[in-house]
Design a protein around this ligand. Structure first.
Ligand SMILES: C[S@@+](CC[C@H](N)C(=O)[O-])C[C@H]1O[C@@H](n2cnc3c(N)ncnc32)[C@H](O)[C@@H]1O
Length: 305
């Protein structure tokens, strides 16, 4: 979060470290995405990137018999996931580690499934696909959720919010193009339902903001930060038809086939047009504020299921 003022960062984490999750999503959507994967082993080896406090990590542990390496670069999130996994008797199946998803020291071809809810955009989707591809076994799956536009000409406050948080955000077809150009085949995609925004995310966020107000009663800077955080659910309530959060389920193409189909080589792939030349550090973790966006169907997207 290099480009986020220190005080905002402090208040932001005072809110977010206490939420059940750090972006939209729910167990039903995770189960739906998982069901689109083909031929997963009975006990898959899973990598969960940008896991936050691990809401979806715990869902995956319930929904599969696999083992999960869960990575996040914010240590308090990882500490909380370790505690939760221990409390649920899942420590032997969940290894939660602090790390940068762009610089993972993991053996190639070691995962059947890479999962990431609302986090890959932090390093740019094109870059994320290039990071994930060698980590997957041939035929392995990459499943991720991603914020997308769904309506042209958003109101100025919506545009301003995304210009700040996620300026590279594209449309569903942009992400589909990136997937197909990045050596993956799309198996399906669907839009997160509205309850995936509210039940475990915006409703607890509003409650946490209310809870923190007395603590910061005489601290104008902190109260301004809380006000800014509190605006996000309200923005969503008013304008969620302008953006959505889409789950994408993909399968890793075998390298030879991919090269033949795409007629390109790995290093030629540069990702979404919006990602080109962007400075990852400049976007930084501040972009975490970005992806909590809108329900239902993208009116430009086409279902490929
Ligand atoms: C929007 S949150 C989503 C968290 C979680 N997947 C969920 O849906 O609740 C994005 C997460 O990515 C993490 N993150 C950001 N940049 C990262 C990086 N380079 N490496 C690992 N984690 C990162 C943040 O700390 C944050 O927990």
């Amino acid at each position: 979060m290099a480009d986020v003022p220190g005080r905002f960062r402090e208040v932001f984490f005072a809110v977010f470290e206490h939420l059940p999750r750090q972006g939209p999503g729910n167990r039903a959507s995770a189960a739906r995405a998982l069901a689109l994967c083909r031929d997963l082993p009975a006990a898959p080896e899973v990598l969960d990137l940008g896991c936050g406090v691990g809401a979806q990590t715990l869902h995956l542990a319930e929904l599969t018999r696999g083992t999960i390496v869960a990575v996040d670069n914010h240590p308090p999130f990882i500490e909380r996931l370790k505690r939760m996994a221990g409390a649920k008797g899942l420590s032997h199946r969940i290894r939660a580690v602090v790390g940068d998803m762009a610089a993972l020291d993991l053996p190639p071809g070691s995962f059947d499934l890479i999962w990431s809810e609302g986090a890959l955009y932090q390093i740019g989707i094109g870059h994320a696909l290039a990071v994930c591809r060698p980590l997957l076994r041939a035929g392995g799956h990459l499943v991720f959720s991603e914020a997308v536009w769904r309506k042209e000409t958003p109101p100025p406050e919506v545009k301003a919010s995304f210009d700040l948080d996620y300026p590279a955000m594209g449309w569903t077809p942009d992400v589909v193009d990136a997937i197909q150009g990045g050596g993956f085949q799309l198996l399906g995609h669907f839009t997160l339902p509205d309850e995936a925004w509210w039940d475990d995310f915006y409703t607890p966020m509003r409650a946490r903001v209310r809870e923190l107000r007395p603590r910061y009663a005489h601290d104008e800077e902190a109260l301004a930060a809380l006000d800014q955080i509190a605006r996000e659910p309200e923005l969503h309530r008013a304008y969620s038809d302008y953006y959505a959060y889409e789950f994408f389920v993909t399968v890793h193409l075998k390298q030879a086939g991919w090269r033949r189909i795409m007629g390109t080589t790995e290093h030629e792939w540069t990702g979404l047009p919006q990602d080109r030349g962007r400075n990852r550090e400049a976007r930084g973790q501040a972009a975490m504020l970005a992806c909590r966006r809108g329900p239902r169907h993208c009116n430009r997207g086409r279902s490929l299921r």
